[in-house]
Design a protein around this ligand. Structure first.
Ligand code: ADP
Length: 281
């Protein structure tokens, strides 16, 4: 049921995409919500419609069926209501870190000097102090993601949609970024919807995790994560963490055809089977 606490609420959302005129059912009767201030992750086999679901929430795509409410109201036009960040940082190579960060504010019509002031206030929190005048090519992968994140956060949306934001980073940087995001989220009090293929990441960060079936994506499992907050990376060794992860991996593996080698796409699955919970190197 919808209630005003729900930042975003979807009921019975379906979507068919077309390739060369041929219909491809991508999502089927998906029910989903994220409450105000909640951290929700979506996991599922590759191609099951996770990004399509985020695109629908963001208003970049319209569903073929179902209902969507935003902040307790019908939201036929949702474009611009949420901040959206992709795996690719999408920084503009000809703009400095500072000027990339203020892009969203500039689009909103905020004067450059005011936009710069707001961005400078957050540079430290995003680990970018001293790099304001650098161009993206001079930054590490993690720094580029934080710069893209800063741009998303500066746009001041209550709902942030993150599509595999750490997917392209090496394992160690990803862990640092996850801890950094935990810290940031706990102080920002935003609602976050994260698409990830990393089960550890989903459990460590989330209040709830949605598991989607193989395409057409349907909600297969909604798993509450009651680990205490603030969370720390070393919790991945806790029995409670491992049990939650086992439940999610089992649910995902049921969706995976062995011939597709799908386990390779589920970081953490192989380690779990071999009794270790370390992030794969
Ligand atoms: P996921 O994020 O779970 O990997 P996507 O939502 O990106 O899945 O895509 C779901 C399916 O829809 C995939 O099979 C993909 O190839 C297809 N698809 C994605 N975007 C389009 C599009 N614009 N037109 C047609 N098919 C698409």
């Amino acid at each position: 049921m919808d209630n005003p606490e729900h930042k975003i609420w979807l009921e019975g959302v379906s979507k068919v995409l077309y390739t060369n005129g041929r219909p491809l059912p991508v999502l089927e009767r998906v029910d989903f919500f994220a409450q105000d201030g909640e951290f929700v992750s979506i996991i599922g086999p590759s191609g099951c419609g996770k990004s399509t679901l985020l695109n629908i929430i963001a208003g970049l795509e319209e569903p073929d069926g179902g209902a969507i409410r935003f902040g307790g109201h019908d939201a036929p036009s949702r474009l611009g209501l949420a901040g959206y960040m992709h795996q690719k940082d999408l920084l503009l190579p000809w703009r400095t870190v500072l000027d990339n960060a203020i892009l969203g504010l500039e689009v909103q019509g905020v004067p450059r000097s005011e936009a710069h002031r707001r961005a400078r206030l957050l540079m430290g929190r995003f680990g970018l102090t001293g790099f304001e005048s650098e161009y993206p090519y001079a930054l590490s992968g993690g720094m580029r993601q934080r710069a893209a994140f800063l741009r998303t956060v500066l746009a001041e949306k209550d709902l942030l949609l993150l599509d595999e934001p750490f997917g392209a980073l090496d394992a160690l940087t990803r862990v640092h970024m996850q801890e950094w995001l935990l810290d940031l989220w706990e102080s920002l009090k935003k609602t976050i919807v994260l698409v990830t293929h990393d089960v550890d990441e989903a459990v460590l960060l989330s209040d709830r995790v949605y598991v989607l079936t193989a395409r057409p994506g349907r909600v297969k499992l909604v798993q509450r994560v009651d680990l205490p907050r603030p969370r720390r990376y070393d919790m991945v060794t806790w029995g409670e963490f491992v049990a939650l992860k086992a439940t999610l991996v089992r649910s995902l593996r049921e969706e995976s055809h062995p011939d597709r080698g799908a386990e390779a796409h589920i970081p953490g699955a192989r380690e779990l089977r071999h009794g270790s919970t370390e992030v794969p190197q």
